[in-house]
Design a protein around this ligand. Structure first.
Ligand SMILES: Cc1ncc(C[n+]2csc(CCOP(=O)(O)OP(=O)(O)O)c2C)c(N)n1
Ligand code: SF4
Length: 254
């Protein structure tokens, strides 16, 4: 703006001025913005290194104006470990879908947390494999219809949804674990705080942090963007309740 007024809403400097390939109503765009805003606010653009996943957000290095690398499916925390150990002055983050983190990448994330790696991980949980056509993920809800569970996920055959945040919160060396959502502006503001805090913990050498972000996938869920937000609140949040699961530093202080 050149008339002396400041724009209220601006694109974060850490995001390229590009339209994304995400479907209408997809939560990845909002999650990207939250990560980029935190990078801007904490002045990390020159020292951040992002480890992108395989999944719909595999193309995210194109959207971010920070150093990024694409890890093999599920391996982002292992790649991030290497970067952080070799370049401890950098701020290293992983961004993973639930299929990426909770299926093929289960070992990498749990062991990164168990080692207390000083990295920041974001889990974008849409309870489905978005990119490959909407198959069941470990996070898929009981009775949820997917292309591989056309009659709904059956517990007796396919088990129950994995709650990664609850699992990681039990790991001794994990410092900070919180679950947030991008379904409405109020929750997006809370998510923004959590994303920023996770980066701050790394900056302060406090250890492993993870923020799980509940995120709509209207295409995979076969719903409109509006209906998918309502479905997220009514169903996903029931199984994946929002809130702080662990803050080792706050616990130690009390
Ligand atoms: C080693 C390997 N196995 C399987 C695949 C196929 N694959 C690509 S993306 C994906 C799942 C993506 O789902 P998710 O991580 O939940 O991300 P979303 O697309 O929903 O954001 C799978 C199984 C692959 N690319 N590489
Ligand atoms: S398939 Fe789902 S996760 Fe992938 S871009 Fe579309 S809405 Fe987003």
């Amino acid at each position: 703006m050149n008339d002396g007024r400041r724009a209220v809403v601006q694109r974060p400097q850490s995001l390229e001025p590009l339209a994304t390939h995400y479907c209408p109503g997809c939560g990845h765009g909002t999650a990207h913005k939250l990560v980029a805003q935190a990078i801007d606010e904490l002045d990390l653009q020159e020292i951040a290194i992002g480890c992108a996943p395989v999944g719909c957000s595999a193309i995210m290095p194109r959207y971010f104006d920070v150093d990024m690398i694409l890890g093999p499916h599920g391996r982002a925390p292992a790649v991030a470990t290497g970067f952080k150990r070799a370049l401890p002055e950098k701020i290293v983050f992983c961004y993973q879908g639930d299929g990426d983190m909770a299926a093929i990448g289960t070992a990498e994330i749990i062991h990164a947390a168990a080692r207390g790696e000083n990295i920041t991980c974001f889990l974008i949980n849409n309870a489905i494999y978005g990119m490959t056509g909407g198959q069941m993920a470990p996070t898929t809800l009981i009775d949820q219809v997917t292309t591989t569970t056309p009659l709904g996920r059956v517990k007796e055959r396919a088990g129950s949804p994995l709650r990664m945040s609850e699992i990681l919160a039990t790991v001794d060396e994990a410092a900070y674990v919180e679950r947030v959502s991008v379904d409405n502006p109020k929750n997006i503001r809370k998510a923004q705080k959590a994303v920023k805090k996770a980066f701050q913990y790394q900056m302060e050498n406090r250890g492993f942090s993870m923020v799980e972000i509940l995120s709509p996938c209207p295409t995979g869920w076969r719903m409109s963007p509006t209906d998918s937000r309502a479905w997220l609140v009514e169903n996903l949040m029931e199984v994946f309740p929002l809130g702080l699961l662990k803050d080792k530093w706050e616990e130690q202080a009390t």
